[in-house]
Design a protein around this ligand. Structure first.
Ligand code: AFP
Length: 333
């Protein structure tokens, strides 16, 4: 059997080759990966584990929290607060930043996460996942919300776990994108794909088409051309997928190409789409660009956006470079 590389071995190899994963960052990534294993364990229990259904509470977004949302958030907080490599954390499920308790040493990194993305799919057994992003803390041991408001280009690592038919962890530390599959017998994340690459062209798109009547003209034009198929201006037929789990849609795009869109629409001009910049769009955009894809708001490179608030939302067009550039071009004045 060929030698299998575990996540730990990969991270140590990267440190030796690129000197870009200091010990504290390696420990942080491994602790997050271990927390994702614990989340995967609870997710896979389903009805057997009393983890389905709602928790009877709402999060900062005003969304009803599922039991697994709350549990996943607690797992990530508890796993990461003692290690001594973090100054603070931020979560989709928490209104304020989560400082490291004084009983623990603090470190130089900030960890941001959506603990369970795609919650609406939990009770119907469709793939869900965890998304995380790592920044350096500019303010030593006294971080504030402002410490987190950094452009996506400042990320030092980003990744996601997909809890699906396989349990997969996809990671970038700035030298390409690697995919690890959970070997449940050994409890190890095993490197299964090196240097994932998104094809520049695609015939597959992902958007919630039920919002079509609310779209602005550039999106209406772009999707209309895809729907027109080979007799239309694109001269080809296109396929559509929408899982309502960003992690599942992005993972499909990393594996076989595609474009994912969650645009702003006319329903609320003050709300630029549904997805959150800091712990959904930024980590996914870092990963997509590292895999040769592109990610824009329709007008701006997502990783260049200067965040104003911890939970701010942003319009998202990401995936196969040539398609993202086309739909972004349609937004040009
Ligand atoms: P939930 O975590 O609340 O289910 O939201 C998932 C998500 O943020 C993202 O993962 C999906 O792509 C998107 O929302 C789905 O939104 P719609 O339900 O409007 O299609």
């Amino acid at each position: 059997m060929s030698r299998r590389t575990t996540l730990t071995q990969y991270l140590i190899e990267q440190q030796r080759e690129h000197n870009n994963i200091p010990g504290d960052l390696r420990l942080l990534i491994e602790v997050v990966a271990r927390a994702c294993k614990a989340i995967a364990h609870h997710v896979s229990k389903g009805a057997l584990g009393d983890v389905l259904g709602t928790a009877g509470s709402e999060n900062i977004q005003g969304e009803v929290q599922k039991k697994l949302d709350v549990l996943s958030n607690e797992i990530l907080l508890e796993a990461n607060e003692w290690g001594g490599n973090l100054a603070a954390m931020a979560s989709e499920e928490l209104e304020e930043i989560h400082p490291i308790p004084n009983r623990y040493p603090k470190g130089e990194y900030l960890l941001l996460f959506d603990p369970l993305d795609g919650s609406s799919n939990i009770d119907v057994n469709v793939s869900i996942g965890t998304i995380f992003s790592v920044l350096r803390c500019p303010d030593g041991e006294h971080p504030t919300e402002q410490s987190f408001l950094q452009e996506g280009t400042k990320q030092v690592a980003a990744g996601y776990a997909v809890y699906g038919p396989q349990t997969v962890l996809v990671l970038t530390t700035g030298n390409g994108v690697q995919s690890f599959t959970l070997d449940r017998e050994l409890g190890s994340w095993v490197l299964t794909t090196r240097n994932m690459t998104i094809p520049a062209d695609t015939h597959e798109y992902a958007i919630n088409a039920s919002n079509a009547r609310h779209w602005y003209p550039p999106v209406t034009r772009y999707v209309g051309e895809l729907l027109a198929g080979k007799d239309g201006p694109r001269g080809a037929d296109f396929n559509m997928r929408w899982t309502a789990s960003m992690v599942a849609d992005v993972n499909r795009i990393l594996v076989r190409g595609g474009i994912f869109m969650y645009p702003a629409d006319k329903r609320d001009p003050s709300r630029p789409g549904r997805l959150r910049l800091l712990y959904e769009a930024n980590p996914m955009s870092f990963i997509v660009e590292q895999a040769g894809g592109a990610a824009t708001t329709g007008t701006t490179r997502i990783l260049d956006v200067k965040p104003q608030h911890l939970h701010e939302r942003v319009a998202v067009f990401l995936g196969s470079k040539n398609e993202v550039e086309r739909v972004t071009g349609y937004h040009a004045p």
